[in-house]
Unconditional design. Structure first.
Lengths: 163, 335
């Protein structure tokens, strides 16, 4: 007679203990979220503040210039050959003094996957990937970079970093 | 003449309450997103206007101009009526909630409640359960399996929690001895809030209310992870906005009822003139609303069977025990 009663009381106390532990856990969660509520957001407000990209960041391509201020590219065609998405088009001409020169050079950045292999393959470090990642437009045509735009994309000497 | 006075007074109160409620609901959506954002250590909407204050307006304009899609196989009349039922029930709850003490206005006594019903609490429960039809019918009529699942869950969950909800306020009723909400608030004047006499009932009420308005630990009818969007999946445009507004209006209503029943309504730490007594009411309701948003940012969703088990095997016996103990104490004190 007494033993079931004792067992019942023990069961009740144990249940209350479990309940207390669980409610305490809930309150701990509430405390954490309240602390987070009063903490400063870690958001970087994008258009106003921008995140520093990695030094190895591969952004929009640009051409390095030679001492004459023209592109360094010698139109060897290695970038065209290695490009996995085949987005580089190149027409080479050979000048009278034996130098090769790209008459027509175009990177279709819509197809480009920004792997950076063109920059790695380039024997004269002419094509490089810059640090600009804000490169959008409403027309696809505007995302095709020709020689002039590649030259214009070159970063200011101040921010210039070699890859 | 008396009739004109009566109609004018009632209309004025209805217009004011409705306008304030719609404003509160609109800005509650913003407040919820802001608070959830801060809890998740981000800002929340802050682009439209200063601090994102025009976000509700932008949302409203967007909802208004969206295409109103009715699925081809939907049960069209029910599909259209369902959001109306939801919003009507949610707004109608505010008809009996007392916002403040009675005030003297041009020599007439005006109660700061739209309708001073003798069966106020009964009305609240009756209308609140009507709101379920909106969700159930909306999910069922949209001819979508997610919608149907959401509606089924809503039906099961809300009905089972309605039992515990009604039982949890029974203790307050036993103490007050009246269903008139104005009378219940008046009995709590001067720090004799029902919260202190019925602390467990208050906790049960809050938990059941969360389930009743489908808030996060119990948001089964619209569980995003498994039901995509639940009962309102096929709704778009203003119909969706109506469901959305109904949800928030219901949230405010539930908090307002909790304030009325447990937190002493317009009674405050120090006395304000009767015409300003609604400030206490608004403050208490606001704190409860904040808690509801806060816990949404804290607790994960329960599994469906856990919710049902919690409701029937835990809350129901405990609310019954609460009634039993309350009755026992009342009887013993009466002897």
């Amino acid at each position: 007679m007494a033993i079931p009663l004792l067992r019942g009381i023990w069961w009740f106390i144990k249940g209350m203990g479990v309940l207390f532990v669980r409610v305490f856990a809930l309150l701990k969660g509430l405390r954490l979220t309240l602390a987070m509520f009063f903490s400063r957001p870690v958001t970087i407000q994008y258009p106003e503040r921008k995140r520093e990209v990695s030094p190895r960041w591969r952004g929009v391509h640009y051409f390095e210039r030679n001492e004459r201020g023209d592109t360094r590219c010698v139109a060897c065609g290695l970038c065209v050959a290695i490009c996995p998405s085949q987005c580089i088009r190149l027409v080479a001409v050979e000048l009278d003094n034996g130098e090769r020169y790209p008459e027509f050079y175009e990177i279709n950045t819509v197809r480009c996957i920004y792997c950076g292999m063109c920059a790695e393959a380039c024997p004269v470090d002419a094509i490089k990937l810059g640090r600009n990642y804000e490169f959008v437009d409403y027309q696809r045509e505007a995302l095709v970079l020709d020689k002039g735009r590649l030259l214009a994309n070159a970063p200011e000497p101040m921010n210039q970093r070699s890859i | 003449m008396e009739l004109i006075y009566f109609v004018t007074e009632a209309m004025a109160k209805i217009v004011v309450v409705f306008a304030v409620l719609m404003g509160v609901v609109a800005y509650l959506t913003l407040a919820e997103r802001k608070i959830l954002g801060r809890i998740q250590v981000r800002y929340g909407p802050n682009r439209v206007g200063p601090f994102g204050l025009f976000q509700p307006i932008a949302d409203g304009i967007k909802a208004f101009f969206k295409e109103d899609v009715v699925p081809a196989k939907a049960d069209k009349p029910l599909f259209v009526i369902a959001p109306m039922i939801s919003i009507t029930a949610a707004i109608a709850l505010f008809a009996v909630i007392p916002f403040g003490d009675k005030v003297e206005f041009f020599g007439r006594t005006v109660y700061l409640t739209i309708a001073n019903l003798d069966i106020g609490l009964l009305y609240v429960f009756a209308v609140a359960s009507l709101g379920e039809y909106g969700i159930v019918l909306g999910g069922w009529s949209s001819y979508n399996k997610y919608g149907l699942m959401g509606a089924l869950r809503a039906a099961a969950q809300m009905i089972s929690y309605e039992v515990a909800l009604a039982l949890s306020v029974m203790g307050v009723l036993m103490i007050a001895g009246t269903l008139n909400l104005v009378e219940i608030v008046r009995q709590q004047a001067g720090w004799s809030w029902n919260l202190f006499y019925q602390p467990f009932a208050f906790i049960f009420y809050i938990v059941c209310a969360l389930a009743e308005i489908n808030r996060t630990p119990f948001d089964m009818p619209e569980a995003e992870a498994e039901l995509a969007c639940g009962f309102n999946i096929e709704y778009s445009s203003m119909k969706f906005a109506l469901f959305f507004m109904a949800e928030y209006a219901h949230l405010v209503a539930v908090c307002a009822i909790a304030t009325t029943l447990f937190l002493g309504g317009w009674d405050g730490p120090f006395n304000l003139p009767p015409a300003l007594s609604w400030i206490w009411f608004v403050a208490k309701t606001g704190i409860l609303v904040y808690f509801f948003i806060w816990q949404r940012g804290t607790f994960p969703r329960l599994r469906y069977d856990q919710i049902m088990r919690f409701g029937w095997k835990f809350l129901l016996p405990l609310t019954l025990a609460n009634i039993f103990v309350t009755g026992l104490i009342i009887v013993l004190r009466g002897m």
